[in-house]
Design a protein around this ligand. Sequence first.
Ligand SMILES: Cc1ncc(COP(=O)(O)O)c(C=O)c1O
Length: 398
Amino acid sequence: MTSHIMPTYNRLPVTFERGEGAWLWDENNNRYLDALSGIAVCSLGHAHPAVHKAICQQSEKLLHTSNVYKIANQERLADKLAEKSGMDNVFFCNSGAEANEAAIKLARKYGHEKGVENPAIIVMEKSFHGRTLATLSATGNSKIQQGFAPLVEGFVRVPYNDINAISQAINNNKNIVAVLVEPIQGEGGVNIPAADYLNKIRSLCDQHELLMMLDEIQTGVGRTGKFLAFQHNNILPDVCTLAKALGNGVPIGACLARGKAAQLLTAGNHGSTFGGNPLACSAALAVLATLDEENLVELAQQKGQAISEGFIKHLQGNKHIVDIRHKGLMIGIELDSPCAELVNSALQQHLLINVTNETTIRLLPPLIIDEQQIKLLVDTLSTLITEYTEQTAQTTLS
Ligand SMILES: Cc1ncc(COP(=O)(O)O)c(C=O)c1O
């Protein structure tokens, strides 16, 4: 049968019907272990009772009004996010790309108010910030940009994890007003920078009066073992964007700002019909409460450590493994050659994983993953990797 869906994804041959915790069931009632969480979205697992209850109760009362009225859930959620992040204000939207659009607009407004006519933002190689025109222009991947010229101007690109490159870019260009960076690059290959990278960016931004803008769309909401990844560094950015896990599957995005950046967008500057509506905010409030009640953020550190140690033990001595890295439950296993095929092999073993940047297996399991599921994940995937690397080595020899 011909599909009427635009072919923007190469979809895997499986349809899921229901889920519970870290498990998903397909149409034939086969059970799969989800080690991807819908790409860092369903961190509380599928069908979490707290989220279920919150959205059911809210839908009985009210789904949507408009941002021309006050929205009690939105006020509550903004208070909670401010408390948990140390930021001052929040703009709510529906996705990660939109949250980054808000950040980019905010940086431009900041520049104009400083008297910079053509404000520019420093962005990174291998970064990913979304698929809208501005965010794909900020993204450091030519495949994502191909076919969409003219790109949005005002981005200056430097290598990731290279503080001197940022410093040089600032010194060479008077138009720089902000730095936009992921604390860990997700799509780019689970790239974890030097421990003090963010601290050094903070210092440079202070020194040159630039906005430090962190894209925490993948790293945020507990994924790395802190509520926000920048909390590992004891710093505060000026702007921080969230989406993905904030609603555990109910679409919501947020652009958080602090200090001078928090007052820049005013009435008429920016908006969203759906952003922060009563339904989406009820889900996000339930997510934040559950993270605390179940101590999931702290546990993410221990679980990530256990998974990483498991892989190191099983894959020890395998010369095709370049690196095994993790921060909390953001895990990357880098191989020495492209390994996208592993996604299909894992699916056949009823395990959901992802491969990014061609050679890195990316795991983003739900924060509620338990010990037995961790064991199943490590055992199944280690065996697959071992078989795969043995096979590729043989093919290269013959
Ligand atoms: C770091 C980062 N920024 C932005 C986005 C875009 O988010 P969305 O797909 O919700 O627009 C993503 C999505 O993968 C992401 O990982």
